[in-house]
Design a protein around this ligand. Structure first.
Ligand SMILES: *Cc1c(COP(=O)(O)O)cnc(C)c1O
Length: 394
């Protein structure tokens, strides 16, 4: 149970919305105001210096944005939350605010493409030592942590092959050396996984994905320990990667149906994964809910549902993918994930387009891989759709 003393489905609807809005409105107003006026100069000063709650300027805080932050904070069981213009805003602000010259970060080879770019191309310029480990090699990750590190940055499940890392085990190793632990929880969502329960200090989300759920707004959220969130918030206030009221409204609105959507997507993805694993034209299915998935036992221990994301490879390779994907009816062939509509695409064109085929092979990403983000459509229609498209393949 969260501090809201209610189940997640209830908290998704009510968190951030318990105080009455203007004129008794039952949905949060979209406060487009940049600035907030005070007639009492002492009160103004008290708010400006953080002694009294309130808003001063929307680059710092905004009432509509606060509603969204509260929803994520309460669903993750966090002390504090803050938000950003995009998921990458959340991740880059977190890494740049908490790292610096002579700091060492340990992470995984399979983090989100944008995150890998921060680790490989940007952080080293600022004197940060970056160590990226083989994603599921827990011994290697523990050994690297033991060599000393300031931050452990994890993502689970990963993109696109749904690898699973053990948050509890690695967070315990990080605690031994006094390192902070950040987990990107975008794929799982707070409905399926709460990393703070397993010893993480901070959780980041691309709110653009499942939290929003409709592919119509972008945002990012960070939540966790007050002191650390505050540190990142102070940096974001100044660098200006703030979330605006309108996308915050859309994401908070989407979050009211988060549990409904995720339960449906969990169930549909499980059925689709089983169907595909039995199909003769499918080479492999990557879904942590399958008993055959190498991370299944860990996933079962730390997730309450296995999520709506999966990937699968076709035996006939990329040429077959080119024929198969356009033959699907109920899917947008597009980047991104976590929407009400099913989205699919080949990682060689979407998440891992910057890599060479050799680099993709090293990460265990077959050229014939399809990433499939299950929407909320009726699962029988999705199954029939996959079936007819597979039947067309030689
Ligand atoms: C999309 C995504 C991001 C980046 O989020 P944006 O909102 O696109 O900036 C980060 N991590 C994961 C796992 C993602 O899927």
């Amino acid at each position: 149970m969260n501090e809201f003393d209610a189940q997640k489905g209830t908290a998704s609807v009510w968190a951030g919305e318990t105080k009455p809005f203007v004129e008794g409105a039952t949905t949060p107003p979209i406060v487009n105001s940049v600035t907030y006026a005070y007639r009492d100069l002492d009160q103004w000063h008290a708010v400006a210096t953080g002694k009294v709650e309130g808003h001063i300027y929307s680059r710092n805080t905004n009432p509509t944005v606060h509603v969204l932050e509260e929803k994520v904070r309460i669903l993750e069981g966090a002390e504090a939350a803050t938000s950003f213009a995009t998921g990458m805003g959340a991740i880059s602000n977190t890494l740049f605010a908490l790292l610096g010259p002579d700091k060492r970060v340990v992470s995984l080879k399979d983090t989100y493409g944008g995150t890998s770019r921060l680790f490989l191309d940007f952080l080293p310029h600022y004197g940060v030592e970056v160590m990226l480990c083989d994603t599921t090699d827990h011994e290697q990750i523990e050994a690297q942590i033991a060599q000393g590190c300031d931050l452990l940055y994890l993502e689970t499940p990963t993109n696109p092959t749904l690898k699973i890392v053990d948050i509890k085990r690695l967070a315990a190793a990080a605690r031994q050396v006094g390192a902070g632990v950040v987990v990107d929880n975008t794929f799982a969502t707070p409905i399926n996984q709460n990393p703070l329960q397993f010893g993480a200090d901070l959780v980041v989300h691309s709110a653009t994905k499942f939290l929003c759920g409709h592919s119509d707004a972008m945002g990012g959220v960070l939540c966790g320990k007050q002191e650390l969130v505050e540190k990142v918030f102070r940096f974001r206030e100044i660098n200006g990667a703030s979330l605006q009221a309108e996308p915050a409204y859309l994401i908070a609105r989407g979050m009211k149906t988060l549990e409904l959507r995720i339960e449906r997507q969990n169930a549909s993805a499980m059925r689709i994964a089983r169907y595909l694993s039995d199909h003769p034209k499918i080479e492999a299915v990557f879904y942590p809910g399958l008993e055959t998935h190498p991370g299944h036992a860990i996933a079962k221990a730390q997730m309450s549902g296995f999520g709506g994301m999966m990937s699968f490879s076709l035996k006939a390779g990329y040429e077959a993918v080119k024929q198969f994907l356009p033959a699907l009816r109920f899917v947008h062939l597009a980047a991104s994930l976590g929407s009400v509509s099913t989205l699919a695409g080949p990682p060689r064109t979407t998440s891992h387009v910057e890599l060479t085929s050799e680099q993709r092979a090293q990460l265990g990403i077959p050229e014939g891989l399809v990433r499939y983000s299950v929407g909320i459509e009726n699962v029988d229609d999705l199954l029939a759709d996959l079936d007819q498209a597979l039947a067309k393949l030689p």
